[in-house]
Structures are given as structure tokens and as C-alpha cells.
Design a protein around this ligand. Sequence first.
Ligand code: FAD
Length: 309
Amino acid sequence: MKTLVLVEHDGNVVKDATLATVAAAAQLGEVHLLVAGSGVGAVATAAAAITGAGKVHVADAAHLEHQLAEDVAPIAAALMGHHDAFLACSTTTGKNIAPRVAALLDVMQISDIMSVEGEDIFTRPIYAGNAIATVKSKDAKKVITVRGTAFEKVSRDGGSGTVEAVDAGGASGKSSFVGAELSKSERPELTSAKIIVSGGRALGSSEQFHALIDPLADKLGAGVGASRAAVDAGYAPNDYQVGQTGKIVAPEVYMAIGISGAIQHLAGMKDSKVIIAINKDEDAPIFQVADIGLVGDLFKIVPELTEKL
Ligand code: FAD
């Protein structure tokens, strides 16, 4: 089986999400990659070095600078003439492009796979991760999104793929790039952070969120996350949200501070290796998944912990 993996990148660097997607694709067969963008020679070279990389198809054109899904999807769909499966990570980018590829090929998308059980059998979470479904696809061409935390990332080196230019098509004109407001942070990105410190509604305000959570995260070299309630209340930015409608993470250590542990939050973090919860309510559901639990007032515990570290 020949697979085509969408390479996620920022114009310079291949994102970690791609490495997990390649791991999933390698279980299906030969791994080819698609790099779409403008001036992406360095990305293509980096993609060719990924372990297991075969051919790297490069669509390099000015109109692809912002990798608009409407422009990238037709390129992937055209390449699917000689590939059997298209795989993208279940990130904002992957989830934007893959359904369009599926629609262009007139096939069902297989979303958020957690394992490859056979060349047409996969497992995927349903009911916010409370049940795992095993699904079989009858489509000849498969379009798949991959849950990045479920696959061990392959190495960025060791591959010896060949780079090949492909037709970049033209701008679809269906959408145009207006602007991007990117949050800049020195802290590790949530989906690749080894440690995450997350705050919930209990923090009470944006000021208190940042005054308590940020110093602890900085001491630990951790990424900062938040519950949806904290995000909705404006205590933390949107891209901090962990959960069913936020980011799915599985770090070595996840600290949930003043977070009750609603199923929609657990859906995004329960695969973390060690979960530490701080909550004043000993019956809070978060303690059912926590490996270490501290019952008490976070406004006392967190500053003390930060100081001792
Ligand atoms: P709360 O549930 O209000 O919990 C606050 C906790 O803080 C309580 O357990 C309380 O005991 C504790 N506390 C209070 N004061 C202190 C103190 N001083 N010291 C210590 N502990 C204290 N939620 C997500 O997080 N991510 C999602 O992606 C998400 N998606 C959703 C999708 C849908 C369709 C729906 C319906 C909901 C979704 N939610 C999501 C919301 C979710 O159901 C919860 O409402 C939310 O997770 C609650 O956030 P919280 O734990 O911060 O707040």
C-alpha cells in the first residue's frame, strides 16, 4: 500500500505532528510525503530525512504561502491517483485539509485513528474517548486523520527520501489569507511539551491564572494549558485549551490545578503518563484519573510548591 502523508510545517521546520503521522502511515505501507508551501526547499529536505520517508512530493508556489486548505486539498487529491491512503495529523491544519481531500475523492474520512489493526481496520475514539470503536473501511482510497498522541513519533533523521516537484495548481479563489495573530511563547508547545501545567476556573481571573500557573510552569520548563471554563472566562488564551474541543495531549506529567475533571477535559489529557491534581474538593472527578492528588487550596499550595522547586 502506498501512503501520502501531509507534512505540517511553518515554512521552515517540519512540525512534530508529522512524525507521529509517518509512524501511523508506516504501519500501512510505503510512506510518501506531501510538502505544500512557498519557498519550502528546506522543509522538503528535512522531510526527506525523516525515518521511513520515501518520495517527497513538493508543491512549491507563491499562492501556497499560507497553505490554505482550499488550495492544498486538490494537490493531495490529484496525487491520490497513485496512492492508496492519505494521512494527516488530527491538528487544526490536518482537520482542515483532510475532509476536503475526502470530499474530492468522494470517500468517507476515517477520523482520529489511534491504531492500525490492518490495512483497512482502525481504532478511533468515540463519545469523547469513553469508548474505542474498531472501524473497517471499504473505500479503495482511504483518507485518514491520525491522533498524534497515540503513535510513537519516528525520528527526524535516518531517512533517505527523494524530493520530486509536483504541479502546485493555481489559487482556488475560494478563500484568501487576511492575517494571522500568532501567540508567541518561550514555553514548549502544548502538543509536544513533556510537562504541562494546566489551570481551571478556580484560578478566578486572568491575573491570578498567570501569577500562579506561569511561574510554576517556568520552574518545570512546562507548557501551560487550561480548561475550557478558564478559557471561556478569559483567564487564558484559546490555544491553551486542553480537551475534547481543545488540544489532545499526552505528556510525561500533567498537572491539573483547580480543574474538576469533566469528561470533556479528560478526553484531552487522560493518556498523560503521570497526572497530578490539586483541588480543594476531595470528591472532584479529576482524582479518579490522578496518580498523585493534593486536596487543598491551590492559592496556598501552588505558591508553596513553586517556591520549593
Ligand atoms: P469547574 O468544573 O468549575 O471546576 C473547578 C474546580 O476547581 C472544582 O473542582 C473546584 O473544586 C476546584 N476549586 C475551586 N476553588 C479551588 C481552590 N481555591 N483550590 C483548589 N481547587 C479549587 N472542557 C475542557 O476543559 N476542555 C474541552 O475541550 C471541553 N470541551 C467541551 C465540549 C462540550 C461539547 C461541552 C458540553 C463541554 C466541554 N468542556 C470542555 C467543558 C467541561 O464540561 C467543563 O465545564 C470544564 O472542563 C470545567 O472546567 P473547570 O474544571 O476549570 O471548572
